[in-house]
Write a protein that binds this ligand. Sequence first.
Ligand code: NAP
Length: 322
Amino acid sequence: MATAAILGCAGYTGQETLDRLLAHPELEAIALGSDSLAGQGASTLDPRLNGDLPPFVANDEALAAGAEVVFLCLGHEVAAAIEPPNAALVVDLSGAHRLEDASLYREWYGFEHPRPGAWSYGLPELFAPEAPLVANPGCYAAATLLALAPLVDVVDRTSVVVDAKSGVSGAGRALKESSHAGFVLENLTPYRVGGHQHAPEIEQALGFAVCFVPHLLPVRRGLLATCYVETDADARGLLEDAYSDAPAVRVLDEGMAPDLSRVQHTDAAEIAVYEDRATGRTIVACAIDNLGKGAAGNAVQNANVALGFDETAGLRLTGVLV
Ligand SMILES: NC(=O)c1ccc[n+]([C@@H]2O[C@H](COP(=O)([O-])OP(=O)(O)OC[C@H]3O[C@@H](n4cnc5c(N)ncnc54)[C@H](OP(=O)(O)O)[C@@H]3O)[C@@H](O)[C@H]2O)c1
């Protein structure tokens, strides 16, 4: 058993991380950090949370609580400024520690990085998380890398296109015009085209740039990354080999399409592979829940792997229509 603290617990990824800890046999939440809810009981966040949980404390207090595992579920710039505590493991769900070249933060995130450091990048199926500091991938990057990383050596690197779509919870809980129901519902729009902060993260992990176009979907959660590549190789075979032992990633049988509704509220990923008869291109589509495999589920999976627990402990992977 290890103790855990969550900073930013009132946000979407924070509450999802708490949800995974509640089902986790080896991690016990001892500190729930939230500046907005400090001093209030856990049931303020959700009336289903019972009296076994500690009340919310300020994020600074949660950081200093002495937990063995710390999950940072904060905005990028706030997370970047935090001095990592002396914990066994810190998993940062923000983008603050994903880019190895700290000078890129000004261009892609809009701030100078105050505390560059040596963080491992943890997507367990592809990049092993290493304690004590683990950067969790961005949601679009997670889906894109699951679809493309096993193919890096066999694709034409100059022609990869990633068309990705995410539900509105990807933008976080804070109110903003671009995630207002009046704008999002019955709408579909590309955004931050050519400038999304997950583009350099994808490039860093693959070793080459892709043309990445994110879109905002009028659903609460779920993300689909459809990747177009040119290759003569057996992409399906390579993907099936890569994920044959992966409990959270399923390569679908031929003829079956990935489906947001099957991954929503889960920590699983689904991958489908298609051949385009007209152009000869290969299309690899990956569906995840942006808050599951795209955030909290992967963060807890990272913690499990880094600490030697069962990789799937606390994750939502079983059952149908979960
Ligand atoms: N959302 C996703 O799908 C996703 C996926 C992968 C990574 N991430 C990254 O993870 C980090 C956290 O993302 P998030 O989606 O969890 O952001 P969020 O919902 O905006 O929450 C972040 C923090 O903002 C504060 N907050 C803002 N509005 C609030 C409200 N109405 N009620 C309560 N608290 C509010 C909270 O701080 P206090 O609790 O301290 O008050 C919360 O912890 C970000 O860096 C994000 O880029 C997000």
